[in-house]
Design a protein around this ligand. Structure first.
Ligand code: KG4
Ligand code: ZN
Length: 345
């Protein structure tokens, strides 16, 4: 039958997630359920994700999260067509919990098991929202990744740019820590930046003007530390001003870096009628960054698509959807040696 319903499982970082996604030919896909159990509270005291704590929390939470995802979707396990699970990259303890659980569910129900690369999940998530045509560009900006990827189709990607040091979310988190703001840092930097003067500190725009497409953020973080220690102890206004100056530096850096990839896309796909940039990852929740990217795309004649926050941050709907895309493309075979998908029945 042509309807496909897939259970997705995601445990690569600090969210324990399961979801059911359904696809019928000629219809937009439907997210039947999307359950995310966040571990933020468990990691907050340490100012970042602690791998052992994450693995333990996945062990304790995953069964209930899978049950909730099936219940929310009004689906029995025997009704799903396949089980898709994040097989990497990520924290190995958490990945193993998800993989073993998915393998057990697949073995018990004789359903195909589909191993999904976490980045493929992010890359294809935009197509859950709108039928974006291949090829398109994706900017992935999260706590662990900062990349621009040419998305040619399921299983077919070209990485055009990545960070040569820190990820963008990491830069936000480290800046927050330096300013004494709580974890996770990104949303708190954005919040206090709203009351600050972005022109007070002249921070670097790393790699701006350079022909390569890559990103770098560690120099910016160092500059923030120097600016802060030069005027310590910091007042509330100092903190707001540094946060605002940092966010502006990020925005202007992204504008420069991303513009180069848009230009390259244009040069290669000169006859693309409606080129699109999609953005994914937790940092895509930042309104200043979103607005800047939207403007940039408009100026370059690109469409801009930013999925809603719950699909930008780590979730299992994107993993289930990537499984559906792979099934539809006939790509059941796995490149990941850790896991063997059953052959199609
Ligand atoms: O995708 P995500 O939820 O998890 C992974 O890292 O995979 O991204 C989390 C990152 C954190 O670094 C967090 O500080 C950042 O996204 N973030 C933000 C905002 N919301 C989350 N950064 C800047 N502004 C925000 N509003
Ligand atoms: Zn992610």
């Amino acid at each position: 039958h042509a309807d496909i319903r897939v259970l997705g499982i995601e445990t690569s970082c600090d969210e324990t997630a399961a979801a059911v996604v359904e696809s019928q030919p000629g219809r937009p896909p439907r997210i039947c359920s999307n359950v995310v159990l966040s571990q933020i509270a468990e990691h907050a005291a340490f100012g970042g994700v602690v791998p052992e704590i994450a693995a333990r929390a996945h062990v304790e939470g995953l069964d209930g999260v899978v049950e909730a995802a099936l219940a929310d979707a009004d689906t029995r396990l025997s009704d799903v067509d396949a089980i898709a699970v994040t097989a990497g990259p990520g924290l190995i303890g958490g990945l193993l919990v998800g993989l073993m659980t998915a393998k057990a569910l697949a073995a018990a129900t004789k359903k195909p098991l589909i191993a999904i690369n976490h980045l493929e999940g992010h890359a294809l998530s935009a197509r859950l929202m709108a039928p974006v045509a291949f090829p398109y560009l994706m900017l992935l900006v999260s706590g662990g990744h900062t990349q621009i990827v040419l998305v040619k189709g399921p299983g077919s990607y070209e990485r055009w740019a990545s960070t040569i040091d820190d990820a963008l979310g990491e830069a936000f988190d480290k800046t927050a820590k330096l300013l004494g703001l709580p974890y996770p840092g990104g949303p708190n930097v954005e919040r206090v930046a709203a009351g600050g003067d972005p022109g007070r500190f002249n921070l670097p725009r790393p790699l701006k003007g350079e022909a390569r497409l890559d990103f770098s953020f560690s120099g910016l973080k160092t500059a923030v530390r120097q600016a802060a220690s030069a005027i310590a102890p910091l007042t509330r206004q100092d903190i707001a001003d540094i946060a605002a100056s940092f966010q502006l530096a990020i925005v202007e850096t992204l504008e420069d870096r991303v513009a180069r990839s848009l230009a390259r896309f244009r040069a290669i796909f000169a006859d693309a009628a409606a080129p699109v940039l999609v953005v994914a990852g937790g940092v895509a929740a930042n309104r200043a960054i979103r607005a800047a990217l939207e403007r940039l795309c408009r100026d370059h004649g690109f469409g801009f698509l930013a999925p809603p926050a719950e699909l930008c941050t780590d979730n299992a709907a994107m993993i289930a959807w990537a499984g559906i895309e792979r099934l539809r493309a006939g790509l059941l075979a796995q490149e990941d040696p850790m896991i063997q998908a059953p052959r199609s029945r």
